[in-house]
Write a protein that binds this ligand. Structure first.
Ligand SMILES: [Zn+2]
Ligand SMILES: [Zn+2]
Length: 161
């Protein structure tokens, strides 16, 4: 089944020609568009033929030329001002490679760490590593202390002779 997203993008190209190479409509953006992007309200949510989650509108007037980065921001949800989770885009900024909201990335990593800490197997591994490190440090300290003691004894003997 051809996704509605693909159909509407075919209609856009038939109706208005390609958007590729036109200036991105976002104010202040100097990049060239890589296609038609949804700037109005989405009327449909679904998948592209390859299974990527997308949203689209069946109203062709909801589209404008957008560069790759702005297209990615809008396709992922949210709007140009805020990401889907409410981070103000201009404040948080975005990842240089995949345009992910930096605020979202931070939350994602924090959540990942939290989930790992909650995992008993992971905690057991962490604890074992901690114990091993402590044992190693203790062994090192002991070695250093005995070396220092030997050094002192040697000095004492020299002093006596
Ligand atoms: Zn742009
Ligand atoms: Zn965000």
């Amino acid at each position: 089944m051809t996704s509605g997203y693909v159909i509407v993008h075919e209609m856009l190209r038939r109706e208005f020609g390609t958007a590729v190479g036109r200036p991105c409509v976002v104010s202040g953006c100097t990049s060239l568009a890589d296609g038609w992007g949804l700037v109005g309200e989405a009327t449909n949510y679904g998948e592209k033929n390859d299974g990527t989650a997308v949203r689209w509108s069946t109203d062709l007037r909801d589209y404008a030329p957008l560069c790759f980065s702005h297209n990615a921001q809008l396709d992922g949800g949210g709007d140009l001002l805020m990401c889907p989770r409410g981070h103000v885009r201009i404040t948080w900024g975005k990842d240089a490679t995949n345009s992910e909201c930096v605020g979202c990335r931070r939350e994602r990593l924090r959540e990942y760490k939290r989930r790992r800490r909650a995992d008993p197997e992971y905690r057991a591994r962490e604890n074992a590593r901690d114990r091993a490190q402590k044992a190693k440090r203790r062994a090192q300290t002991t070695a250093q202390t005995s070396a220092a003691t030997k050094g002192r004894q040697a000095t004492n003997r020299e002093g006596q002779s």
